[in-house]
Design a protein around this ligand. Sequence first.
Ligand code: UGA
Length: 437
Amino acid sequence: MRISVIGCGYLGAVHAVSMAKLGHDVVGIDVDAARIGDLAAGRAPFFEPRLPELLAEALGSGRLAFSTDPADAAGAEVHFLCVGTPQRKGEYAADMRYVDAAVAGLAPHLAPGDVIAGKSTVPVGTAARLAEYLAHEAPGAVLAWNPEFLREGHAIQDTLSPDRLVYGLPEGPSGAAAAAVLDQAYAAPLAAGTPRLTMDYATAELVKTAANSFLATKISFINAMAEVCDASGADVTALADAIGMDERIGRSFLNAGVGFGGGCLPKDIRAFMARAGELGADQALTFLREVDAINMRRRSKVVEMTREVCGGSLLGKRVTILGAAFKPESDDVRDSPALSAAAQLQLQGATVTVTDPQALQNAKGRFPELSYEPATENALLGAHAVVLLTEWKEYRSLDPVSTGPLVADKNIIDGRNVLDPAAWRAAGWNYKGMGRP
Ligand code: UGA
């Protein structure tokens, strides 16, 4: 099939490469000329496992091209809309300007029968609004809403073999025709048994926001339990293991620590609350305010714990932060709990050094006032407190014995509850987990 992908950020770049991998002829389009230049030259613009190899393979096969001109989308049978919907400055609501601009730019190049498949995370009601716009501007083209559930760090695998495919469709023959076109685009995962669910636009949009809200709620639930564990001397990790064995609950997304960040969960729950307010259903989502508040408290908690192990004051103390990315296997620092805590520690008088295997470049751009050190051993030198905030494998496997002589004071705060407290304590460290005695 001929496919266009509009927007080559995280989602779009991965989608374009994955569609080419599935055998389609793909053009990726973005207004950012530098990004398009990088992709066309085979340089992945962000860190994502397998992306560089698959990008090179797809470019080499001749099935993948990139362009800044929306006119190059003409002739594709399906156009995947993959632009960002960030949080609006000073508000909770999503900023829809990129989605609207992408659709306006694409409309003149659409032909009757073309399918536009929206993948961006949008406020419920967006697809209906865009469909109305397209009915005037590109008669005969059909809009489908096809949300994306990929996780950074697993993006290629999640795209090539997703848990499920969701199609939000208009009623009648145009909806059935759009479903048939999407089935062709996703022929390989469908043949491999991926479940495919069809529904109306609003439900498809809500599937995405509801899924991310549920995940955020699960994390904040266990972090709330961590607060109670701290108050009562219980162990949140043992608690999570035990409740997670109930298959109705499940163990995943029950890791307590410094909380969730990234370009999706935090802004998605806020945009969801804002949209529910517009719809007069704000009461239904007031609990998400609490989910957000619990999550933000985790960052302050890490700062307080660090101050405590430093003897009550951060002034003049050297603090080493292990991890800058919002999670491992990613160089994404958007709303990273690690960087947020690092910045607060620095503001309160500590001298903070941040290390991370992939995200230092992006971190420097956001917080130029912090010190950055790529080599873990150098970053640890002379530290009065070490704070693990992103659970990269190399930090999980740090050796407490050989690490000891590098630091000034053997204080370690395990902001992801991934270290073995007994081993660290046996090596003479003052170990503090989050919600662990
Ligand atoms: C999230 C969803 O998991 C994807 O399904 C969704 O497609 C994506 O958002 C999106 O909307 O595009 P992602 O942002 O890549 O994916 O990251 P997650 O793996 O969900 O992790 C989010 C944050 O939660 C990270 O900061 C992570 O460290 C934290 N987390 C996760 C916890 O604190 N505890 C856990 O148990 C799990």
